[in-house]
Design a protein around this ligand. Structure first.
Ligand code: FES
Length: 141
């Protein structure tokens, strides 16, 4: 599990993540640069990773939020077909070698899913002018 270095961030309602269904994609700052992450439910557990292939650092979903293969067994990169174990992000086939997806710690409590920032992965920061286009997950307009 990834280290916790920050306050829990609201991601979504538990009901929004159905077993082996579409992922929730969310904005984060990775190494201080805007990037995207995703969360999905696999074997009842919410897992989250950076949307960043271990082969070439590109986003992996073939449609927004669609990461799983047709059998709903593996996370597949749509670029060159790397396959990852959803439970732990480990590469299990294709050009990702011994790589793995960057995990994001999550927690599910009383019907809400949270994610935890780490040293490398932080929430999107809003400047003094206020929130820009995208509202932070869990914020109210
Ligand atoms: S970028 Fe994902 S398999 Fe090549």
């Amino acid at each position: 599990m990834a280290e916790h270095l920050g306050q829990a961030q609201v991601l979504c309602a538990s009901a929004e993540l159905l077993e082996r269904d579409k992922a929730i994609v969310f904005d984060v700052m990775l190494w201080r640069a805007p990037a995207r992450a995703f969360a999905l439910r696999f074997n009842g557990v919410v897992v989250a990773y950076m949307n960043r292939c271990a082969h070439v650092p590109s986003e992996m979903d073939w449609q927004p939020g669609e990461f799983l293969d047709a059998d709903k067994r593996w996370i597949l990169c749509s670029v060159h077909g790397a396959a990852y174990e959803p439970a732990d992000g480990r590469c299990v086939g294709g050009p990702c070698g011994r790589g793995r997806l960057m995990p994001i710690a999550t927690e599910e409590r009383e019907g809400t899913v949270y994610w935890y920032p780490s040293r490398d992965i932080q929430p999107v920061v809003f400047d003094d002018a206020g929130p820009s286009d995208a509202a932070a997950p869990g914020s109210t307009p």
